[in-house]
Design a protein around this ligand. Structure first.
Ligand SMILES: Cc1cc2nc3c(=O)[nH]c(=O)nc-3n(C[C@H](O)[C@H](O)[C@H](O)COP(=O)(O)OP(=O)(O)OC[C@H]3O[C@@H](n4cnc5c(N)ncnc54)[C@H](O)[C@@H]3O)c2cc1C
Length: 497
């Protein structure tokens, strides 16, 4: 590739990853790039990524997406967090909300004051001091509201890809329907020269984006990049998914319900509910998982249960030669914290920042891969935490998770928190101190000590502070409409009565 006038980008695959990439590059870079996307209707998409995290709002702002239009077209609902049911032990429940609990001080975070107040019998549960968490529990929500809530979406994955496709095509992205049969490499450099379609058409390019999902046709099929297997830490390797009719108002949170060999998701949309059971095949068969899922859904199934197999881990390089893997082709952690679509958007933004100017620079490629590695490892550790810290003795699956060795950095984080409620976080990390607090406490860690700065406040002042905060949060939540009413007035796709 030598100083091309317009860099030719070929995106292979048109699932969520392919169309997010096409929409973003089309919107922000079409003056510099010519973009072509190849997808095969015959093969189809994985179609299950329907729960997101708040960073999606940033991605949408960059693309100039209007929230109401996007929500109507994708039958979306709002999400304030995830309710974890049965994770610490059978019958237990906690929220990981997108909110912030209490207020930090310069010396110590809120959890230290809360721990002292709890010891004195002054404070309620940690989550009582987060507006988003209390709003989720009360099934209330409003987007246009003061104070502003931190939220994400549940969306119909197929409709989302369609919505982005329209946008991308308006911005000049050319779509080709066809099956990629063969990938031609340059004999000398080993770079991808072109994709040969079943029709015989040959599509050449300067930079190829592999969005072919788990197949990773370009990254693995052609370039043999290799895969780092993380299944010893994240042992689930299959999911059965089924859509059901809505039989109740959509709640503003995803449900993650633990079972003896994995967990079940429930994602409420305006027109239906997405359900799935994530399991580890060492502890249960796909048939058994399907049976458990079908016994634990509400509403009539709208589709045949579908089995999806995966291996948790990541591609050894996310950018290799002239190919960048985005989406499932770059790796998969598992859907517990709904991070995959976020990882797609952050890879796209990283690609835009490091887009080749004259030719592909080894420095840019290394930087891209370094940042991806750090990001994936941090998200991975946060997900492992949910499995590792459990009190469930009901199955070999949970016993394995409790006893497994975890990555060194996570081990260190857990030890620090157990000892003194201290949490460290690098500025670019995705999960906040609030997230770590909610999940560590929710999974059952009780720190032995708190920071001595929390003793500075008198007991009376501490009581007043916690009482006031509780009253304020109750007052805010009572002003919110129900999530269902708000959806009807804000972005009803036409299906909500
Ligand atoms: C069980 C499960 C649950 C999940 N839940 C969530 C969630 O709640 N939140 C979240 O953020 N993420 C979730 N994810 C991840 C999310 O589904 C994916 O990150 C997202 O859908 C992107 O997928 P993709 O576009 O990479 O792949 P796919 O959707 O598989 O798309 C692959 C594309 O490549 C095309 N293709 C493949 N081979 C060829 C070929 N030979 N020729 C032409 N085209 C080809 C296909 O036609 C398709 O268009 C989940 C994933 C799984 C497995």
């Amino acid at each position: 590739m030598k100083n091309p006038e317009r860099l030719k980008i070929v995106i292979a695959g048109g699932g969520t990853a392919g169309w997010m990439t096409a929409a973003a590059l089309g919107k922000l870079m079409s003056h510099r790039l010519s973009i072509r996307l190849i997808e095969s209707d015959q093969i189809g998409t994985v179609g299950v990524g329907e729960s997101t995290i708040p960073t999606m709002q940033v991605f949408h702002r960059l693309l100039g997406i209007d929230e109401r239009t996007f929500m109507r077209q994708t039958n979306a609902t709002f999400k304030l967090g995830i309710r974890f049911e049965g994770w610490k032990e059978i019958g237990s429940e906690y929220f990981h909300s997108f909110g912030t609990a209490g207020k930090d001080t310069w010396a110590a975070e809120f959890q230290h004051f809360w721990l002292r107040a709890k010891k004195l019998g002054i404070a309620d549960a940690f989550g009582s001091y987060s507006i988003e968490l209390q709003a989720a529990a009360a099934k209330r929500f409003a987007a246009e509201f003061e104070p502003r809530l931190n939220y994400a979406y549940h969306l119909d994955a197929t409709a989302y890809a369609k919505y982005l496709r329209e946008m991308a095509e308006k911005n000049g992205v050319i779509r080709t329907e066809g099956k990629i049969k063969h990938i031609k490499l340059d004999e000398h450099s080993g770079h991808i020269r072109s994709l040969i379609l079943e029709s015989g058409e040959e599509v050449g390019g300067d930079l190829f984006v592999d969005c072919t999902g788990f197949r990773a046709l370009l990254m693995e099929g052609a370039l043999h990049t290799g895969y780092e297997d993380w299944s010893h830490w994240l042992p689930c390797n299959g999911a059965v998914a089924v859509q059901t009719e809505s039989v109740e108002d959509p709640v503003p949170f995803t449900r993650a319900i633990a079972h003896s060999f994995g967990w079940q998701w429930r994602i409420p949309l305006q027109h239906r509910v997405g359900n799935g059971l994530v399991f580890c095949s060492d502890y249960c068969s796909a048939e058994e998982a399907k049976g458990v899922l079908l016994n634990n859904i509400k509403g009539a199934p709208l589709s045949e249960p579908r089995l999806i197999s995966f291996k948790t881990g990541k591609r050894r390089k996310s950018w290799n030669k002239n190919c960048v893997a985005i989406g499932l082709s770059s790796g998969f952690l598992e859907p517990l914290e709904s991070t995959s679509i976020h990882l797609i958007s952050s890879a796209i933004l990283r690609l835009i920042r490091l887009i080749p100017i004259k030719e592909i620079s080894e420095e840019d490629v290394n930087e891209f891969n370094r940042q991806m590695d750090v990001e994936m490892a941090e998200v991975r550790d946060f997900i492992i935490l949910h499995y590792k810290v459990n009190n469930r003795g009901d199955s070999n699956f949970w016993n394995y998770c409790r006893q497994m060795e975890v990555p060194e950095k996570l081990h260190h984080r857990l030890a620090m928190y157990e000892q003194s409620a201290r949490i460290f976080r690098a500025p670019e990390e995705l999960f906040t101190i609030n997230s770590w607090n909610q999940v560590m406490l929710g999974q059952g860690i009780t720190p032995r000590e708190y920071h001595p700065i929390a003793d500075i406040t008198s007991e009376a002042d501490l009581r007043e502070y916690f009482d006031k905060m509780r009253r304020y949060i109750n007052e805010v939540v009572s002003r919110l409409p129900t999530h269902a009413d708000y959806l009807k007035s804000y972005c009803n796709s036409g299906v909500m009565q």
